[in-house]
Design a protein around this ligand. Sequence first.
Ligand code: FAD
Length: 418
Amino acid sequence: MSVGIVGAGVIGLSIGFELAEAGHDVTVFDAGQAGGSASAMNAGWVAPFLSTPRAAPGILKDALGGLKKTEGPLKFQLRPDIGFAGWGARFLISSSRRRSARTTTALHALATHAPRHFDQLLERGVEFEHHRDGLGVVFQHAQNLENYRDVTQKMHRLGYAGTTSVYQGSEIADFDPAISRSAAGVIHLEDERHVRPESLSQGLATALTGQGGELQEDRQVLRIERAPNARWTMITATGARRVFDRLVIAAGFYSRELLKPLGIRLPLEAAKGVSLTARGEGVLPQHPLKLFEKMVASSPYDGEIMRFSGTFDVGDRSEVVSKKRLDMVVRDALEFFESWSPREVEKERAGHRPTSADDAPLIGAIPRHDGLYVATGHGTLGVTLGPVTAALVARELSTGKAEALLWPFRPNRFRLVF
Ligand SMILES: Cc1cc2nc3c(=O)[nH]c(=O)nc-3n(C[C@H](O)[C@H](O)[C@H](O)COP(=O)(O)OP(=O)(O)OC[C@H]3O[C@@H](n4cnc5c(N)ncnc54)[C@H](O)[C@@H]3O)c2cc1C
């Protein structure tokens, strides 16, 4: 079977590798470099514990607050288009207690399998930077730590099997001497992991081509069209046409634009984030840390490199790094550290979290479009869920049947075709 995949982010590359390994004839197209977008600049956490949707009770208050704010990690930018209005309305509906709880259960069920799929990538020789130091959630205020204990209990009730431990007072420096002495405490999620996302994309790209798959970089796909016998034609910006038995759209937020000419409206919006990657001076943290009050992620990598990432700017579709937003992320992050500060900046980047109207992925066949599939909308969890998504999509394409784990993520849970 020939399969064309649009988008060589972590999702498209993971799917490409799985399908190529299963013996299919795979070509992955990317408008830029493989793994060059959000998949290159994120925190790299593989964190099933965090598999909760942003579409949750309280979001309306946050959104109204975020409209007014010029500072703060959350911003909402209203857009004068019907797609945005529709997405926003559905997001609010999905934020009811009942719907949000249902999405959390489904996300958690999928995310539980994530670490095993990372192990399997490593066992199959995919090379990438990978750490098993857990994830520390650092609190400036004791009350927030107490409240978060309830979150850990809730996740355990949902079946989260990881170990959590709490450090307060002088124990914090024993846990990680880089953390500020003024922190109120840390909850260590011991079984979470992190990867360097650029190395993951690179490893997947190498594994894909090693299995005979084709990677076409700097090849923007302009249009897709039906071809006879439920096949699909892909037309690139250079005018090249290729016909495939199956087509998988994994172009992150841009998946929306690609499908629109076919009358398919993916309820997808961009939630922009920024990150800074730097070498620095002072004590480097030993763990990735979620800096709770400021909603900033910090990830240490091999070679004494640190990445700070943050901001959730809904409706900001540009890929330009806002210096002001990035400075805020770095300033906020440094409050949590005893001495580390950036000295030599390696990169400053922006990227989109492709966010669906219930903040859960859109994975599977597009109704009434035989042979056309989508895999996007992974929001804050694209790295975590990339490999498990890929394994399930590859099985669906090979067998024609979706496994039960994917049912809650079917694109047809929304009205897509107009
Ligand atoms: C600041 C930040 C921190 C994050 N931290 C984490 C984390 O710690 N853990 C985690 O699990 N997730 C995290 N995420 C989320 C994660 O980065 C995303 O969910 C993930 O990268 C999405 O991957 P993707 O492959 O869907 O999209 P992308 O990485 O955006 O890839 C899509 C690709 O499609 C290509 N493309 C688009 N249009 C076309 C076209 N017409 N033709 C050809 N190619 C096209 C693009 O060039 C791009 O390479 C974070 C995100 C941000 C912004």
